[in-house]
Write a protein that binds this ligand. Sequence first.
Ligand SMILES: [Ca+2]
Ligand SMILES: [Ca+2]
Length: 179
Amino acid sequence: MGAPCRPVLARRGRSSLLWPPLLLLVTVGALLKPVRALQNVTSQLFGAEAFGTLAAFGDFNSDKQTDLFVLRGENELNIFLADQNEPYFKPKVKLLLRDVVITSVVPGDYDGDSQMDALLTTRPQEQPDADLSIWIFWGNNQTLGRLYRRKYSLSSSTKQLRISLFSGECERQMYLNSV
Ligand SMILES: [Ca+2]
Ligand SMILES: [Ca+2]
């Protein structure tokens, strides 16, 4: 007669007892080294240009890479175009407005020419209750071109504002909602 077979269930049961401590060790090890999981990549992304306030995202130059619209100070807009090499975002377009505070940036194609434009709302410096002005800088893929500007009363009591834009022979209606 041969040796009695060991019950398979018993072997499985013994080896399975090793897993909880192993899992615990792996989990504790991962928790003890959180620094290795996070990295500061600011310099890789922006190099020496890492300052300002991120205002909006959009693919400004239509290369399928998301670009960044960054405000510096009260009246300067920079568009950081995505790049394949470090730093991965480079300021390529700079817009400096005089005597105003930029209150919002809304990228979009407002004249339907497939080029992303930049709509800004501004108010005069040191006049927080003044009416807002709306600026649209028409995009030319890598630059911002001619300007469309009008002054509107866009106060907190204004729920919706209709803007008519003329591009060639076409008239476009745009609606802005105040929040
Ligand atoms: Ca892009
Ligand atoms: Ca456009």
